[in-house]
Design a protein. Structure first.
Length: 364
């Protein structure tokens, strides 16, 4: 009675949505309350989807009561379900299996800030249960599909779960495109920077952290989807396995791309440090050239600055101008030498100039 009363208090809070498909029906039924669930679950011809949202403590407590006392799920899985800091995983039980997957937060996620949210769920013979503390675009899309057509529900609870997972994985793809664009942009910034930039380095580090997180999450979810798609669970019929394998293949592609992006980002670090090293080398080269020019001039000035009486040049009428001329000739000679060596006055080849050069295939 205490549970019943507590549920009555939460009916108006909207913590639970129930979608029911009766065999042979042409539309989905909604609007059920907690007390209706035992009777609905008892009829194995029904396909039921119960979606819980726990945004407040009251909703979390109400959800916990339903999961434990109506569905009779294992209390450890219920604890994991209500705790939102878990990694993707899947656990099998005699009449159901429990899973955790992660979806992308589209409004908060960018190439340099990969943010996910947790989706917990259960799949039984004729029901799907999902739980989340944040709103999921994939859940919303599937709800719209279910309301407009009974096609997914006609194929059973497992196919309905596939629809949710398929939508969830597909939302990773725009982020993959963002990674590609961000890597290209950072590479351009690195190659054109005038000096070492801590801002660019920080952006590369943020991108690396984001790619690593996506790789870590996708790799763990691959194991979940692999087990779902290879006939390990009796709750997923054989004729539905190809659909789960398709979702697994999509996520595998995303995981492979994340691995490639991780290598590209590592390459960005190498390029950045190489550019910085080249800039430092240019500075050292400039200082070295200046030192090489100043050294002989200092030597000449030092020689004639010595206070010896027997220095005939000191009494030469035009000695001052001759000395300046010698210094000028030495300086000019050194500049010519450095120029012929290609150390100074050399224009860097631009991309436009490089592209304008004839290619071997053009010559043929």
């Amino acid at each position: 009675m205490a549970i019943r009363k507590r549920m009555e208090d939460h009916k108006q809070n909207g913590f639970m949505e129930v979608f029911l498909y009766r065999h042979g029906a042409n539309q989905i039924e909604e609007g059920f309350v907690v007390e209706d669930l035992p009777g609905l679950l008892a009829d194995e011809t029904n396909v039921i989807w119960v979606d819980f949202r726990g945004e407040t403590d009251e909703e979390l407590n109400a959800t916990k009561d339903v999961l434990l006392n109506v569905f009779k799920f294992h209390y450890l899985t219920v604890e994991d379900c209500l705790e939102t800091r878990n990694q993707p995983k899947i656990e099998a039980f005699p009449d159901y299996f429990y899973f955790i997957v992660h979806g992308v937060k589209p409004d908060e996620t960018s190439a340099t800030n990969f943010v996910t949210k947790e989706l917990d769920g259960y799949l039984g013979k004729n029901y799907v249960v999902t739980f989340h503390t944040e709103r999921f675009r994939s859940i919303k899309v599937v709800k719209q599909q279910v309301r407009s057509s009974t096609f997914a529900c006609q194929r059973g609870a497992a196919y309905l779960l596939h629809q949710v997972l398929d939508q969830l994985v597909d939302l990773y793809m725009p982020l993959v495109d963002d990674f590609d664009a961000e890597i290209d942009a950072l590479e351009e910034r690195v190659l054109t920077m005038k000096k070492g930039s801590n801002v660019i380095l920080q952006d590369i580090m943020d991108l690396r952290r984001s790619v690593a997180r996506m790789k870590r999450i996708s790799s763990r979810q691959l194991e979940v989807l692999y087990r779902m798609s290879h006939g390990e669970f009796p709750q997923i019929p054989a004729n539905t396995l190809p659909y789960f394998r398709d979702v697994h293949d999509h996520l595998l592609r995303i995981s492979d791309l994340a691995e490639n992006y991780r290598d590209l980002v590592a390459g960005l670090f190498d390029i950045h440090f190489s550019v910085v090293a080249n800039k430092n080398n240019d500075v050292v080269k400039t200082l070295t050239i200046l030192s090489s020019i100043i050294l002989p001039l200092s030597l000449i000035a030092g020689i004639y600055g010595m206070n010896f009486e027997n220095m005939p040049e000191l009494k030469t009428r035009n000695g001052y101008f001759i000395t300046l001329a010698i210094m000028g000739i030495v300086t000019f000679g050194l500049l010519i030498f450095f120029w012929r060596k290609g150390w100074i006055f050399q224009k860097d080849e631009t991309l436009d100039e490089r592209d304008s050069l004839p290619r071997n295939d053009d010559a043929m």
